[in-house]
Ligand binder design. Structure first.
Ligand SMILES: C=C(O[C@@H]1C=C(C(=O)O)C=C[C@H]1O)C(=O)O
Length: 409
């Protein structure tokens, strides 16, 4: 357990209403920010009042719950706003693989937010006098293979598809990484600004070096109400409006993609049903059109039966079939065996939680792990028995474009 030096315990937390803060990202005084933004709304944070590396293992979410209960429970909160996200908030990123190191929870020292008609600033203790460091461009970006070259990854996809045809499992999500190297240190604020502009309907996030713009909402909890956006089934954007329409129609009519989507919905329904007094899943998926790809999407809503926090629901849901596979356990084993890389926070839960257990968590897709001049970018897709390795590679390539755009502009 760690609480940053320089802050006293119990944490003295104060939330005050503010006027329209304008562009939240423009308020970030320095790099290494915390962010969760969609359509200009959300939370940004800086500084660390408390931070912890969550130990790996099957009990990691329970451990995180205890840490949060201690930190929030010991806070002295003066909250004049009293909405989800006001008062003390922790941002978090959990690794995809429960056994991997790298999961982290951070209570920023300052959080500036705009959500649902309210705007507020939360501070913990006295903020140090801040000089605003200018946002710098990282310069030219070069790319190198990560763990597997493109042909080697296609080979792995073909092997996974064969094992699915052989009946070992139904679906597995395989990903690969690319290593981007910049001329100068990468300022995460620049990436966030580009992502939020180009992908406004995605959740642009930044937690401890993990940066991205994900379209996939794992779970939002507002009191007893929960929402999730399930995505599975993808086609790259077309060359124009007519081509987009044709591709969208083909995606909706594709048995492979519809079945893949069914698997994802079934896994979400299965994990949410025991936690909920009511749960609605649509009969048919819709199309979600993003600047780089189109997805099959289903908006799930429900009402929690008891006082589960958003992190309790995250713990129950992760990993969904949209990023793991079906059945989950076999898919995880196949991912460990075939991918040959550490996913780190990619495809893991990322988001925020407040002291009342409300919050928003996404699945960290379309993302990269930024450190100094380097960023490890991740992208993947659901593999079925009839998957074509070249098409899966093209899909991953289309998904990489999100972070390539963030780096290059
Ligand atoms: C695995 C990724 O995306 C996931 C896989 C999808 C698919 O295979 O169709 C679609 C959305 C996500 O659930 C990724 O973006 O890296």
């Amino acid at each position: 357990m760690s609480v940053a030096l320089g802050t006293t315990r119990p944490l003295p937390v104060r939330t005050t209403p503010v006027g329209d803060p304008g562009d939240l990202l423009a308020a970030l005084p320095r790099t290494a920010p915390y962010a969760w933004i969609r359509n200009g709304e959300g939370l940004v944070g800086w500084g660390e009042a408390a931070r912890v590396d969550v130990p790996p293992g099957p009990g990691r979410f329970g451990w995180a719950r205890e840490w949060l209960a201690t930190v929030f429970g010991e806070s002295h909160v003066d909250d004049a706003v009293r909405v989800p996200g006001s008062g003390p908030v922790a941002f978090g990123s959990f690794t995809f693989d429960a056994d991997a190191h790298g999961s982290v929870l951070v209570v920023p020292q300052a959080v500036l937010a705009r959500r649902g008609g309210h705007a507020w600033l939360t501070t913990i203790g006295d903020l140090p006098l801040e000089t605003f460091s200018p946002v710098r461009d990282p310069g030219r970006i070069s790319y190198g293979d990560g763990s597997l070259s493109a042909p080697a990854w296609e080979h792995v996809v073909a092997r996974a598809a064969r094992r699915i045809r052989d009946g070992e499992l139904e679906k597995v999500v395989l990903a690969r990484d690319l290593v981007a190297t910049a001329e100068r240190p990468i300022d995460v604020r620049l990436l966030l600004t580009r992502l939020a502009r180009r992908y406004p309907e995605c959740y642009t996030f930044s937690v401890a070096g993990l940066v991205g713009a994900t379209p996939e909402l794992l779970i939002r909890r507002t009191g007893q109400e929960i929402e999730s956006l399930v995505l599975a089934g993808t086609t790259p954007r077309g060359t124009g409006a007519a081509d987009d329409l044709a591709r969208g129609a083909a995606l909706l009519a594709s048995p492979k993609d519809r079945y893949e989507h069914e698997c994802a919905i079934a896994s979400v329904r299965q994990t949410l049903a025991p936690l909920c007094s009511s749960l609605e899943t649509p009969d048919e998926p819709e199309l979600l059109m993003l600047p780089n790809v189109q997805h099959l999407a289903s908006h799930v809503t429900g009402r929690l039966a008891d006082g589960a926090s958003v992190l309790d629901v995250v713990a129950a849901m992760h990993p969904t079939a949209a990023v793991g596979g079906t059945p989950t356990h076999t898919a995880i084993e196949v991912i460990r065996e075939l991918e040959g890389m550490d996913r780190a926070g990619y495809a893991g839960p990322v988001g925020w939680i407040d002291a009342h257990g409300d919050g928003e968590w996404g699945i960290a897709l379309r993302s990269g792990l930024v450190q100094g001049r380097r960023a490890r970018l991740f992208a993947g897709g659901g593999i079925m028995g009839d998957s074509d390795p070249a098409a899966e590679l093209a899909e991953a390539q289309a998904k990489f474009r999100v972070m390539q755009y963030a780096l290059e502009g």
